[in-house]
Design a protein. Structure first.
Length: 260
């Protein structure tokens, strides 16, 4: 009788535990998406200190992953990993890719890595394909704002699955984030490490509240989107989509990228 009481108590506790974001995905098949990143960083929309040279306004390569709720690439108000720090500050992807690989091997929380080429101006678009799995329906990615101290845009754990079906199309406006690892205020600030490290925070028209901040527009209520991402489900799902080879050498503050 005592054993039965303990068992019932344990089952009751287990049923009260939070359910993962991806636990409700009952889709049977894999889903393949075209992901399109659109840069909207123009001198008209963001005139203050707009970078025109050495280097001009541009975007790094996009690096993303499809995963379960057991993995997190980055989160607002949490500390950035060493890999996200290197990517946000210098556009170096190797440490972040290693973190993704280790998470996939350790807890099988990662389904696939995807990347898209850099954009050599503040406006323009780049795209690639990704594959989502019913047990790995979440999408996360980062794109570095170039030049900047440690600023980026991205998505954290967007669920592409709704119950028993995959979403046909998703569109999300993107706003700048500070990785919390460099204390520079402007696009062209020299390296100035944040010690101790701060958490990832969204940059707004009033925060950081400092006139020197490149995104400080006190007359605005909100910043306009600096970028946008669209994910469009492709009609035929093709299992076994392989991740592309990524070559992301970085020189100073300028991204040189080739993807094959």
């Amino acid at each position: 009788k005592v054993l039965w009481t303990v068992l019932v108590t344990m089952l009751g506790y287990a049923s009260s535990l939070p359910v993962g974001e991806d636990a409700l995905c009952t889709a049977e098949d894999l889903a393949k998406y075209r992901i399109i990143f659109i840069g909207k960083w123009s001198q008209t929309a963001f005139p203050k200190q707009y970078p025109l040279y050495r280097p001009p306004a541009q975007w790094s390569s996009l690096l993303g992953v499809t995963h379960s709720s057991d993995y997190s690439m980055w989160k607002k108000n949490e500390y950035a990993s060493n890999g996200v720090r290197d990517f946000a500050e210098k556009g170096e992807a190797w440490a972040l890719m290693k973190e993704i690989e280790e998470a996939g091997e350790k807890i099988q929380s990662v389904h696939g890595i995807f990347s898209a080429p850099a954009i050599s101006s503040g406006t323009g678009q780049t795209s690639t394909e990704l594959e989502a799995h019913p047990r790995h329906p979440l999408v996360s990615f980062v794109v570095r704002i170039v030049p900047s101290p440690d600023w980026f845009v991205g998505i954290d754990s967007l669920n592409l699955c709704e119950g028993g079906h995959w979403m046909d199309e998703v569109s999300v406006d993107l706003f700048p984030y500070d990785a919390g690892t460099d204390s520079g205020f402007t696009f062209s600030s020299p390296n100035f490490a944040t010690i101790p490290q701060d958490t990832v925070t969204e940059i707004t028209c009033s925060s950081p509240s400092h006139p020197a901040n490149s995104f400080y527009y006190p007359k605005l209520k909100i910043l306009p989107p600096i970028a946008q991402v669209k994910m469009i489900k492709l009609k035929k799902s093709q299992p076994g989509l392989s991740a592309p080879f990524i070559n992301l050498p970085a020189k100073s503050n300028e991204i040189i990228d080739t993807v094959s």
